[in-house]
Design a protein around this ligand. Sequence first.
Ligand code: NAD
Length: 314
Amino acid sequence: SDMKIITVIGSGLIGRSWAMVFASGGYSVKIYDNQPGQSAKAIVEIKKELQELEEAQMLRGELTAAQQVALISSYDDLTQALEGAFFVQECVFEQLEVKQNIFQDIERLVGKDVILSSSTSCLVPSNVFSKVQNRSRCLVSHPVNPPYYVKLVELVPHPETAATVMDTTHTLMTKVGQAPVRLRKEIDGFSLNRVQAAIIAESWRQVQDGIISVKDIDLVMSEGLGMRYAFIGPMETMHLNAPEGLEDYMKRYGPGIQRVLTSFGPVPDFCGEGSKGIINEMCELIPSDQQHLSASKDRRDQLLMGLAKLKKDH
Ligand code: NAD
């Protein structure tokens, strides 16, 4: 069919990850970057990473690393990069104007059925696509870093996005092994970052109010809530935690949850004087120099890889 070619716009961290994910699903991926030579460099990086993944037996998809590398090509010319594509995944800088302009350029060069998808983390579709004429084919497909191991993709529609565009993208993401979820309408922060903000705020307040240490609030997540959340979410957790399910759970625990919620403090000040103690406490655990940070990031990525493997087998 003619649904074989995907163009990735921007070859940074996220662009490279998307290219690997799409190639693992057998799609031809054309990478474009407006910095000449940048997308060619990205392919060198991707090749190295795919070979390492193959050696670690963590390569996704049915194809070998060499076969996946062969599916990926690089372009310094936008017109050539878009030729033949049915789907465009944008991964340029997180700046509204940069995104608005690149989508305006892209729309001039592709047919009206080509799906235009943005990786934006923080910008809502109605802003990102405001310079596009035909917005029914536009949506945000927000990945989580690193997409190769953390598979969630939030599909966020523009108010004018066609249902078929959401469906086609959902099918595509599923086919390449990601875990897509649909938002029914756009909202600041989408879903994941809103939930994350709630967790950050309450964790920050507990440390700031002298209730718990930085180290221990992280353990509350990693040894407590996080143990479940890698497999089942808060809704299913509640449903399973009362003899007769969610309704029963809320009869028993709803009032307590409401009482606790009304005791939550205001939005914390993350940058003022009050933040210094928390930041110092964190930096005593992991100093914020490059050596310590990158060692901890390597550990995080190893652990995520192990967890991804575990989830694959379940
Ligand atoms: P990055 O800085 O690593 O890469 C951006 C790339 O885009 C660079 O290679 C740059 O040369 C290229 N670029 C910039 N303007 C361009 C243009 N007009 N045309 C073509 N290429 C252009 O950034 P990143 O971390 O890969 O983030 C990309 C997008 O993905 C952002 O919108 C970001 O919010 C989103 N995102 C990032 C993460 C993350 O954790 N890094 C997670 C989810 C989503």
